[in-house]
Design a protein around this ligand. Structure first.
Ligand SMILES: [Zn+2]
Ligand SMILES: [Zn+2]
Length: 577
């Protein structure tokens, strides 16, 4: 089951634990699992606050352990109760608790043994490990953060050291370079450089303020989305931001989602809740008239802003927030329309993602153990989702049993410019809400039927998708998403009037441009436009003005030479406006 890399990383976590206990004898060890690309280990260290400054010392200690090439051997625990006592005597209460839990499962200790056969250090673990510590060839400690035993805020505070380990130094160097690139692209960092968004203590955590540049981008994205949906048979709606608690009782959210819902003070003695989802509103719209089979499918879409309580500890930049906008839509159709509806959603997904140069992988999640609806309806829905994916020639993986209790779903995982995965679109079949809201349509034979309901979002959360765009493009957004597409740069004041004329001309063609008429040197103006990733700079001096031309610079290609405005317009004709 365990890959070579997993065994390397797992063994390195033990070496880290041994090193920390050598350096800080009061340190007690908790758990040290492997994670994506690395591992961590949790420590309880009284009176020590680890920081990245300590990593050099800890890494040096780890290297010593590696150089000693300690053999790693398994030792069966024949008397778990005695071992638990030993753990408690040495203060290893976390290990004692773990062993208590696993004592009936043939627990083992793994020990580091030196060349004389002496035991140097041991840890409770079931393996597997490398044969000796010397087989660890390339590792690095990355960060340290707070953690809690069992993740429980009321339990002991622990310190978690994250690290990575690879087969060799080349692989490690490549990984570290990728990390560095990711750090440069961090949307929170780029937001500060480019004034994109802010979060304010006065307004509350997890609530995003979109600044003009990013708001412009969002407007462009939303308009693109709205036009596309109108063209593809969706009806756009708006729904309220609050609703009576009663609505969420009907939908069932009060029972299984209440921890995430913001409850409002009673209004007219009625309980109200800030909406965590858009679905019930779209259902009310659907349900407010009688529907014949001839009208189906009905596709209701909205850029719907929802509010969900997330603990402050998990809030993070744009992707993890308390208020966000979903590009939400609900499709009501007949069973026989299901395949073609899912196919047309996939078509939309392809159009939208290719617009942003994003590729994806797909997962299909099927019926879980605990579920509503009988097997025949699950068979129908799972078969339809598979048929649609196959019809569209999309490779997918199956997550057996990972569907929601109310229906199977398709998830799209996006891949950004540096190969990282982001959560993308979902298409979710729902057998639950149509029952709860008693949705019906009149079939061709006059009988009342339940429509099939699909939830789907393509961006998911606009906030998260925008974070993806910032990092994917490293804030060098494509032309159509730039608030300033062209910066006009007069070299001296005497060129301003000519620049004004250029500005008026470009503006009449719906091109977003500005004039930098500050009293700065031209090189400083070019540098600033370059730093803010303005796609084009038009430079005007005596020569250009005399010839009725402009000197054009493009942010990546640099100097494109001198040309007339008409020639420049031909140059940018290929750009989306
Ligand atoms: Zn182990
Ligand atoms: Zn929904």
């Amino acid at each position: 089951m365990n890959s070579d890399l997993e065994i390397i990383r797992h063994t390195t976590a033990h070496i880290l634990a041994n090193a920390v206990q050598n350096l800080y004898p009061q340190a007690k060890i908790a758990i040290g699992p492997i994670i994506n690309d690395g591992f961590y280990y949790d420590f309880f260290i009284p009176e020590v606050n680890l920081s990245p400054q300590d990593f050099e010392k800890i890494e040096a200690e780890m290297k010593k352990i590696i150089e000693k090439r300690y053999k790693i051997i398994a030792k069966e625990i024949s008397d778990p109760d005695k071992q638990i006592k030993d753990f408690l005597v040495s203060g290893e209460k976390f290990k004692a608790e773990l062993l208590e839990k696993y004592k009936d499962q043939n627990p083992t200790l793994f020990a580091f043994i030196d060349e004389n056969g002496k035991e140097i250090w041991s840890d409770l673990c079931k393996g597997p490990h490398l044969r000796n510590t010397g087989e660890v060839k390339a590792f690095k400690l990355l960060s340290v953060s707070g953690a809690y035993w069992h993740g429980d805020e009321k339990a002991e505070s622990l310190q978690r050291i994250y690290g990575t380990a690879w087969k060799n130094k080349t692989e490690l160097a490549e990984y570290l370079q990728k990390l560095e690139e990711a750090e440069k692209r961090d949307h929170r960092k780029l937001s500060k450089q480019h004034e994109l968004f802010s979060i304010h203590e006065e307004a509350g955590p997890g609530l995003i303020h979109w600044h003009p540049k990013l708001a412009f981008l969002r407007n462009r994205v939303e308009n693109f989305w709205k036009d596309l949906h109108e063209d593809n048979g969706y009806q756009l709606v708006y729904s309220p931001h609050i609703a009576r608690a009663k609505l969420w009782d009907i939908s069932g959210h009060s029972q299984f989602y209440s921890e995430n819902m913001f409850k409002l003070a009673p209004i007219d003695e009625q309980e109200y809740v800030l909406k965590p989802m858009n679905c019930p509103f779209h259902i009310l719209i659907f349900n407010s008239t009688l529907h014949s089979y001839r009208e189906l499918p009905i596709r209701i879409a909205e850029m719907g802003t929802v509010y969900r309580f997330e603990r402050s500890g998990v809030l993070h930049g744009l992707p993890r927030v308390r208020g966000f906008t979903q590009d939400d839509a609900h499709v009501f159709c007949t069973e026989t329309q299901l395949v073609s509806e899912v196919c047309s959603i996939i078509d939309l997904i392809n159009i939208i993602y290719s617009k942003f140069d994003l590729t994806y992988s797909v997962e299909l999640s099927t019926r879980p153990e605990e579920r509503i609806g009988d097997n025949s309806i699950w068979d129908m829905a799972e078969t339809a989702l598979k048929a649609a994916l196959e019809n569209k020639n999309i490779a997918y993986e199956i997550n057996e049993g990972d569907g929601a209790f109310y229906g199977p779903k398709i998830d799209f995982k996006l891949k950004d410019a540096i190969g990282r995965q982001w959560q993308g679109a979902t298409i979710q079949v729902d057998f639950n809400l149509p029952e709860r809201f008693d949705l019906t349509y009149r079939d061709s034979d006059g009988s009342e039927k339940r429509p099939v309901m699909l939830h789907r979002a393509i961006f998911g959360s606009l906030e998260r998708f925008t974070a993806l765009l910032i990092e994917h493009y490293a804030a060098a957004f494509p032309f159509w998403l730039c608030e300033t597409q062209i910066m006009i740069l007069p070299i001296a004041d005497r060129h301003n009037e000519y620049c004004e004329k250029l500005y008026t001309e470009l503006k009449s063609k719906k091109i977003k441009c500005k004039i930098d008429s500050r009293g700065e040197k031209i090189n400083a103006k070019i540098r600033d436009a370059q730093i803010s990733q303005t796609p084009y700079m038009l430079i005007v001096g005596d020569k250009e003005m005399g010839e009725n031309k402009i000197a054009v610079r493009e942010r990546r290609k640099g100097d494109l030479g001198t040309m007339t405005l008409d020639e420049f317009l031909v140059e940018i004709k290929e750009q989306d406006l």
